[in-house]
Design a binder for this molecule. Structure first.
Ligand SMILES: *Cc1c(COP(=O)(O)O)cnc(C)c1O
Length: 465
């Protein structure tokens, strides 16, 4: 199994290489050369398997022998052993046909733990065999930073430096990062915005001597292996609701088009997904692109679902690659134009191809609050605002055929966003046991100005120790 770049001009990589790589050298994203498929009989065989066993079956064809099966199983058992629900990804029923898939039982209470817990273990393993050290750097507006830190804390052969904008992440989000005391974790509060943090990370990657000296790497959502690991829960849920005999629809709260692209891969592998509902908040570039062909960058509006407050959906490029007939040269030209003009138009053919699987919906703040309240009233479940965006979209875009169940991915625990949840429902969600004590623990982080030289000096000093 080889991985190729969406822009056609970077070398093909193995699974191990693509796991450790971020962006391709031609600026593109890596995708598999071809998608392995499962027959209906193989999908039927997944019924009743544990989450870990399901993952072994789904991931193996993508690995190209990078890991013996027993090692893969041990690694996945370790990754998902930290989850606090035995089902790992439990389904809950909202009404006759609507379900939610709870993806927040990992260490940092958001779905990003699914991929990052596995990625952390793969990094450690691959770096040990190569006898290499990496410095993972990242910028976070909240969920990614804590999930990455919990995945990499204490691991050999790597350090993690995470920049967050001072005073602009929630107390829960900050403490989930800064109370991790492992010596290879370095939290930095930047006196600036999230965009400033991202610009600093980009500048460090563009500083070639610095990048090479410290062997910089990234674990952001463009990493192929993160997406791959998320394919598993689509199979796990669909099989429990009757696949392959029965079709299933999914509604996915989306920002970077990562999670929903994992659903697209599941469909390409043969899972009978009737539709994927792309659920955005008012930052609706994906909704505009899919309905009107208008993929143009606006300004970010803050909402109660902040992890989806983004304008450019980096993983959308992977779908665009298929919509360009997998022609990397053609897509490279489109992307160069987009990077210059900040807009792109999807033609009628491309829209029609996408519409065979994707529909979309943009939920505003009223829709979000209404779905939080309605779900609480109808089923007693308290959702988080990101999940509520997904449920609003599921109601609006459910298939006409009522035999098809609709599963909304529940991407975060409500306690992570308890102010917004309390405003809408009057219920203040309790912290789950693993997060209790978060406010009693010691915090450790360094505050730095929004200045490249200062951040690089800090990293050089820490890595010298
Ligand atoms: C990251 C995140 C999302 C969006 O995920 P994408 O993969 O970018 O689409 C949705 N909800 C929560 C809670 C998140 O942390």
């Amino acid at each position: 199994m080889k991985y190729i770049s969406t822009r056609g001009a970077a070398p093909a990589l193995t699974f191990e290489e693509v796991t450790l790589a971020g962006l391709a050298r031609d600026g593109g994203l890596y995708v598999p050369e071809s998608i392995p498929t499962l027959s209906p009989a193989e999908i039927r065989d997944l019924a009743g398997l544990s989450y870990v066993e399901t993952a072994v079956r789904i991931l193996t064809p993508f690995l190209g022998g990078a890991l013996p099966e027993a090692d893969l199983r041990a690694l996945l058992t370790e990754a998902y052993g930290h989850f606090d629900h035995k089902a790992v990804a439990p389904l809950k029923q909202l009404d006759e046909r609507h379900w939610i898939l709870e993806l927040f039982h990992g260490p940092t209470l958001a779905f990003k733990d699914f991929a990052l817990q596995v990625l952390g273990l793969l990094f450690e393993r691959f770096l040990a065999t190569r006898n290499e050290h990496l410095t993972v750097i990242g910028a976070t507006s909240g969920d990614t930073g804590s999930a990455a830190i919990h995945a990499l804390a204490g691991r050999d052969n790597l350090d993690i430096v995470m920049l967050h904008p001072q005073g602009r992440v929630s107390d829960v989000q900050r403490r989930q990062m800064t109370t991790v005391m492992a010596p290879n974790v370095h939290n930095v509060a930047i006196q600036g915005t999230f965009d400033d943090c991202q610009a600093l990370v980009k500048a460090m990657f563009n500083d070639q001597p610095f990048r090479d000296r410290h062997r910089l790497s990234a674990v952001n959502s463009i990493n192929w292996t993160r997406l791959l690991v998320q394919v598993v829960y689509y199979f796990y849920a669909a099989v429990r609701l009757g696949a392959p005999e029965r079709q299933v629809a999914f509604s996915v709260p989306t920002g970077n088009f990562g999670d929903v692209f994992a659903g697209y891969i599941a469909h390409a592998m043969g899972l009978p997904i009737e539709r994927l509902i792309v659920a955005t908040n008012t930052n609706d570039i994906l909704h505009r692109a899919l309905t009107k062909g208008d993929y143009s960058v606006g300004t970010v509006a803050p909402t109660s679902s902040p992890s989806m407050d983004i304008q450019i959906s980096s993983n959308f490029e992977r779908l665009l690659f298929d919509l360009h007939g997998r022609d990397g040269t053609a897509l490279a030209a489109t992307m160069a134009d987009f990077e210059k003009n900040r807009r792109m138009h999807l033609n009628a053919d491309q829209r029609a191809t996408a519409a065979r699987l994707f529909v979309s919906f943009s939920a505003d703040e009223d829709d979000t609050a209404l779905s939080l309240r309605r779900v609480y009233a109808e089923s007693g479940l308290v959702l988080d605002p990101h999940t509520a965006v997904g449920v609003a979209a599921a109601w609006a875009q459910a298939p006409a055929d009522r035999h098809i169940p609709v599963v909304t991915l529940s991407t975060a625990h409500p306690a992570k966003f308890r102010d917004a949840v309390e405003r809408a429902t009057g219920q203040r969600p309790a912290m789950p046991p693993r997060a209790q004590g978060l406010f009693d623990r010691e915090e450790r982080y360094t505050t730095l100005p929004n200045d490249l030289a200062a951040v690089e000096a800090f990293i050089a000093e820490r890595m010298a120790e």
